[in-house]
Design a protein around this ligand. Structure first.
Ligand code: ADP
Ligand code: MG
Length: 707
């Protein structure tokens, strides 16, 4: 059969009941153009027409109801404006209800038959205690029994005002879809899940699924169709991601780090001040294997705050040096970059490695020197902010780029890094403390391989977290005093969001003043830190806190990411209700980094929403980043996560990578298995996959031309 005669490829204007004007509107409002496009606009809910209501049970104005009974009487009534309305009295076993038609009274009056049994379907109005249904759909009970195509779940589609007014609301579209589905032959629909997989997973065919998703006759058909289509979406999502990754691996040659040399070994034997955790060792092995294989590495390193990602990153950089390459590490803020610079310089110095620093604040002659040394290969490791990826930054031989706390760096920026070495693409290691479930990570971070540090260094005391209301302020102040007396340091964090930045800043300053009152100079010293300060002032304040000159750091969330001051053991969060869960977890991660018992105090006002209370409850209950991430997903939904994904690849109509994680896991498993066994999709049983990928690619092109 040639493609032209496939009804799915016909543009909608040629479909009965559509025509050019409506087709244009559908294209504008829903971006659907051909029959196949309209078919994939799935219902977002159904009206269950398997069930009949009883008139006496009808209680809520606006409900869609279905009744079965007898049309007792029918009467044309002349209204004030000389127009006729048709009024019917309908009866079931439980009572009576009025039916009204303001339009088509004459015509309907001739069609509807008194004393016959009907199925009545429409929207209930309760007005001054009186029930009626205006413009109900009427179907003779005897007709329904005859017509076994009659659906029993009515699809409801998302619509717009314009569509509604042009008869393209759910009801109108049901008619069009029914017409289309009646014309489609089984061979018109490309089955895109191989038979062996469908059999194994008990999935219905695509042809069945298309019928059932729009017009299921019962709950089980609805479920079969939904499952099948969700699997299909997630399966192709995974397949595309994995195929993309394979292609990149084939195209991009990575620097071959096959030597484990003196730098790595010396540090491992003499430089490490602690025993690596099992997880750290495993992850270093994964990274080493990847970078030593000649294949380009693009890897995500996930580990909860404080799990020790930095040293893993550092040891990876030593491998670069062992193989004659330079390495760099990029951090999202100046403060964090400075800290890494200080920490890594300390580790690198005994090894005789040269470490450079670059950020927007490094200017003039200093900058020139850094850039020159970098190009000459005089710098082994460069630490900095996103200034590292700017064009004037030229390495002699970059082999590895590490990105810390990746959520602030996008895919495009990563790609820019690859181009920093024209001979071989530098390996990329992205480190993040944002814990998300594994399969989700694999999907969100698309083409990245994932390594996970799921073990904390030993001897860490669990941070004790409590929730306090404003009324407990004096108690909190006393607690702060006693901790400071023990030589500890304290963070006090205020929220700062862009929309209310001015107010928040005032809040922060007020808080600072109030604390000054309780902790007067010179007995006590305080630092203050917020995003509006000049980098120089920020560094000055941060530095005083790091060195222990100040005991209290009053700050906004600029300290959220990565900052490491082991002596700080108390984190006080103000207006906790205004923070999201993962942000709270990040903030709490600033303490508990030394050997002392650490505390996190969540301050709130008295009035809390249910959701805030749940968030705070989660924080108090657990320190586990993965558990918190899951609660966060549940409370906030996947919006944020899905938003960070590459668009285009993610075109999920039915499934959600969060709610359908079971299907997602299966989809990934089978996609992976297929790519391992038949990466080029040569096998006969996988031909349908190949055809579908080609078809969807050409569909994307068609859209490119018409929209
Ligand atoms: P994060 O994963 O949050 O970036 P860091 O790399 O900053 O964590 O490590 C947190 C602290 O734990 C640092 O002071 C680091 O020196 C220390 N650390 C890392 N690994 C270990 C280990 N295996 N044993 C003991 N301490 C460790
Ligand atoms: Mg870190």
């Amino acid at each position: 059969m040639d493609n032209k005669s496939n009804i799915l490829d016909i543009t909608l204007e040629y479909i009965k009941g559509v025509g050019p004007a409506k087709a244009e509107l559908l294209k504008k409002e829903l971006k659907v153009f051909r029959v196949r496009d309209l078919l994939t606009i799935y219902p977002f809910r159904y009206v269950d027409r398997t069930k009949f209501h009883l008139i006496k049970d009808l209680k809520s104005d606006g409900d869609t109801v279905q009744l079965k009974g007898k049309l007792v009487s029918l009467e044309k009534i002349k209204g004030k404006n000389n127009r006729f309305r048709l009024q019917g009295l309908f009866k079931d076993s439980s009572g009576f209800i009025e039916l009204i038609w303001f339009q088509g009274a004459k015509w309907l009056g001739n069609v509807l038959k008194e004393d016959h049994e009907y199925v009545v379907y429409g929207k209930l109005t309760i007005y001054k205690g009186k029930k009626n249904i205006a413009h109900p759909e009427m179907e003779l009970l005897s007709d329904r029994a005859k017509d076994n195509l009659q659906p029993t779940f009515d699809p409801v589609y998302s619509s717009t005002e314009k569509l509604d007014s042009r008869g393209l609301d759910s009801k109108g579209r049901r008619g069009i879809l029914k017409f289309i589905l009646g014309k489609i032959r089984e061979e018109d629909v490309l089955e895109n899940i191989p038979d062996y997989l469908r059999t194994q997973l008990k999935l219905c065919t695509k042809f069945q699924a298309l019928h059932w998703i729009h017009f299921p006759k019962n709950a089980s058909e609805k479920e079969l169709a939904t499952n099948r289509l969700k699997f299909e979406e997630l399966f192709y999502l995974q397949l595309r991601l994995l195929l993309g990754k394979e292609t990149r691996k084939k195209k991009l040659k990575g620097a071959d780090f096959n030597v484990v040399g003196d730098y790595f070994n010396t540090f491992y034997k003499e430089g490490l001040k602690f025993e690596l955790t099992g997880a750290q060792k495993r992850v270093i092995k994964e990274i080493r294997a990847n970078m030593g294989s000649g294949v380009h590495m693009n890897r995500l390193l996930q580990g909860d705050v404080g799990s020790g990602k930095t040293v893993v990153g550092f040891m990876s950089m030593l491998l670069a040096k062992d193989n004659g390459y330079q390495a760099c590490m990029m951090a999202p803020t100046e403060i964090l970059a400075q800290q890494h610079y200080a920490g890594i310089s300390e580790l690198a110095f005994p090894l005789g490695l040269k470490v450079g620093f670059l950020s927007g604040s490094v200017k003039g002659k200093k900058r020139q020197t850094v850039l020159e040394n970098l190009k000459l290969g005089e710098i082994d490791i460069l630490i900095g902010t996103h200034a590292l990826i700017e064009d004037p930054v030229v390495f002699k031989n970059l082999g590895l780029a590490i990105i810390d706390e990746q959520h602030r760096f996008g895919v495009a920026q990563r790609a820019k890094l690859w181009k920093k070495n024209t001979k071989v693409a530098p390996h990329v290691l992205v480190m993040t403390a944002t814990p998300i479930p594994r399969t989700l990570a694999m999907t969100v971070y698309g083409d990245l391989d994932v390594s996970i540090i799921d073990e904390m260094p030993p001897g860490r005391k669990l941070i004790q977290t409590v929730h306090q209301y404003e009324s407990a302020r004096p108690k909190v102040i006393n607690f702060m005093r006693s901790e400071i007396d023990k030589g500890r340091q304290i963070y006090v964090v205020f929220p700062l969001i862009e929309e209310s930045a001015k107010l928040d800043l005032k809040n922060l300053n007020d808080g600072y003043e109030r604390l000054l009152h309780f902790f007067p100079m010179p007995t006590y010293q305080m630092s203050i830190l917020h995003g509006r300060m000049k980098p120089k002032d920020k560094d000055f304040e941060m530095d005083r806190f790091v060195k222990g000159v100040t005991q209290i750091m009053v700050a906004t969330t600029v300290i959220e990411v990565g900052v490491n001051v082991p002596n700080a053991s108390v984190m006080i969060i103000e207006n906790t209700e205004r923070f999201g869960l993962s942000q709270l977890h990040q903030l709490r991660g600033r303490v508990g980094r030394g050997s002392d018992q650490s505390y996190c105090i969540l301050m709130t006002g008295d009035k809390l929403s249910k959701e805030s209370r749940e968030r705070i409850g989660t924080m108090v209950r657990t320190n586990n980043g993965f558990e918190i991430a899951e609660a966060d997903l549940r409370l906030r939904g996947p919006g944020d996560i899905e938003g960070t994904m590459q668009s285009g690849i993610m075109d999920l109509k039915l499934s959600s990578i969060v709610e359908d994680s079971g299907i997602l896991n299966a989809a990934r498993y089978y996609a992976q298995a297929i790519i391992e066994r038949d990466g080029d999709l040569q096998h006969a049983s996988n031909q349908c996959i190949k055809s579908f990928l080609q078809l969807s690619r050409s569909n994307v092109k068609i859209w490119g031309r018409i929209s």
